[in-house]
Design a protein. Structure first.
Ligand SMILES: [Zn+2]
Length: 517
């Protein structure tokens, strides 16, 4: 939150200070809390160096998008007045162990990122400690602003320098480390001061690499994973705090410490963890087949044609199970993004906002719906029976930020179940049953036909790191690709493969296809 930077919103600052401090974990740049990393301090990741060549980058991600195994360094520090409450081995389990469930945690930090990334990000922490700090914890906590954190950080880096090769944590070898974590004994005390958990920045340099980004997390003695995964979100990917957003992403609110909510599907698609399915106004006017999606399987995107690189509406099927168990409803969750807006610091124009299904006619949500109150509600989701469609007529105030109408129309949104169906435009026909044709034999690691319903669908498996999916929304522009790549329609039904010259199968009807390399 831009308490310091965005001083044109002084009332927001007052409001933040009045709220419970446990909600906040911050980005701190040069001693100041910021809503989003400034341009010069934004995390980057160079995927061109072959860490995971198999994953095709279909488009450049807006945020840093590391893939594959990423080594992260965790340094432990305790104090004379707050001694280490757990062992190094216990910390290693908390961060890395599959199925970690101490104190009710839903897996380790590594499990969390493996899940939300569909197995594409394996964040592995190497742990050193405990270092006994020079001063008692109370000394650092009592210093102005974040100067206690800075002081402790320098001490910790100095102490571990002889044991640690910091360059190991520059995973992409671009000269800066991706993930350095300082975990200190005891609880965070005062928001915005001392050792309050945050993601920070430094100009430290060791072993030939710059230690620009780090994060600091408390270890009160019981385990929870929210703070660590949230701060990693700032530090590794550069995601901002999603104020005014609600519980629908772990970069938004903090509804559960033990089973933190997933990363929202828009950020997941930006990372390449799930495919974007691009919908155009032509699709809205011509689409004829009901779309079918499993929870978190696709992120549908409708770009503002006037600013296609900046603004758009996105939606996906979100179900309140698993990582999203804490949410109060299920259905299509729609979001409005605008990358030209830095951070989520005002209630009227946000970099990323939820389009609440229950908010017809309002350009911005009424006060009780604003952060951090929105939490989540069942009526935020579009679904059959309550809010089964979206259009400019039904939502006259949901406009592009320029004020012009969106042109998007979604109808016939179904009942949330194993899948959710909806129609782009209107008058869609039911999906055709695939029972008449024998599905192609498919590798279980990439695509599996769904057997429990009349249609088959692509299954995004949890071990998909060695396959790449490309979503083709315009068959005429599909161009050349890898010979032999398998092509599926949006229902997951195989429709052919690229020929020896890499051309698409001929005579495919207009529609959305997924290519598996
Ligand atoms: Zn934060």
């Amino acid at each position: 939150m831009g308490l310091v930077m965005k001083n044109k919103f002084p009332l927001i600052g007052v409001m933040l200070l009045a709220l419970p401090t446990a909600l906040f974990a911050d980005i701190v740049y040069q001693g100041k809390r910021v809503a989003e990393w400034p341009e010069e301090a934004r995390p980057t990741f160079d995927n061109s160096r072959g860490l995971l060549k198999a994953v095709a980058t279909q488009e450049k991600s807006h945020y840093a998008a590391p893939k594959g195994k990423i080594y992260s360094l965790t340094l432990l520090v305790d104090f004379t007045d707050k001694v280490a409450p757990v062992t190094v081995n216990e910390v290693e389990d908390w961060l890395n162990k599959e199925g970690f469930n101490r104190d009710g945690c839903n897996g380790s930090v590594r499990d969390y990122y493996l899940d939300v990334s569909n197995g594409q990000l394996d964040l592995t922490n190497e742990v050193y400690g405990w270092y006994r700090a020079k001063h008692p914890k109370s000394w650092y906590e009592g210093l102005q602003g974040y100067s206690g954190s800075d002081s402790l950080m320098k001490e910790v880096f100095d102490y571990f320098d002889s044991q640690v090769d910091f360059s190991r944590y520059d995973n992409d070898k671009d000269g800066t480390t991706e993930a350095i974590n300082i975990v200190y004994a005891g609880a965070g005390e005062v928001w915005g001061q001392g050792l309050w958990p945050h993601s920070g920045w430094s100009s430290e340099r060791r072993d030939g690499v710059k230690l620009t980004h780090h994060q600091m997390t408390d270890m009160p003695g019981t385990f929870s994973i929210y703070v660590f995964v949230h701060e990693s979100g700032h530090m590794i990917f550069g995601w901002p705090d999603l104020y005014w957003y609600g519980d629908y992403c772990t970069m938004g609110n903090r509804p559960s410490d033990k089973n933190p909510v997933a990363i929202n599907d828009f950020y997941r698609a930006d990372q390449g963890w799930i495919p974007f399915v691009d919908i155009t106004s032509e699709d809205v006017n011509n689409a004829t087949v009901l779309e079918v999606s499993k929870p978190g399987e696709f992120c549908y995107r409708y770009k503002n044609p006037e600013r296609p690189e900046k603004e758009g509406l996105v939606w996906s099927y979100v179900q309140n199970t698993g990582r999203n168990k804490v949410l109060k409803g299920s259905g299509l969750l729609m979001q409005h993004y605008d990358f030209s807006i830095d951070g989520n610091s005002a209630s009227d124009k946000l970099g990323l906002r939820i389009v609440h299904a229950s908010s017809q006619g309002k350009s911005s949500d009424i006060e009780p719906n604003q952060w951090p109150d929105p939490g989540s509600t069942a009526n935020t989701f579009f679904k059959s029976g309550t809010y089964s469609g979206f259009s400019d007529d039904a939502y006259p105030a949901i406009r592009w930020y320029s004020g012009s109408k969106t042109g998007l129309k979604i109808t016939d949104i179904g009942t949330p179940g194993e899948t959710l169906t909806f129609c782009i435009g209107e008058n869609c026909s039911e999906p055709v049953s695939s029972s008449s044709s024998e599905p192609e034999q498919l590798s279980s690691s990439s695509v599996a036909p769904e057997t429990s319903s009349s249609s088959s669908a692509l299954e995004i498996s949890s071990s998909s790191s060695n396959t790449a999916r490309i979503v083709i929304s315009n068959i005429e522009k599909a161009g050349h690709g890898k010979p032999g790549s398998r092509i599926f329609n949006v229902l997951g039904k195989p429709v052919g493969q690229r020929n020896e010259s890499g051309d698409m199968p001929s005579n495919l009807p207009k529609g959305i296809y997924v290519e598996i390399k």
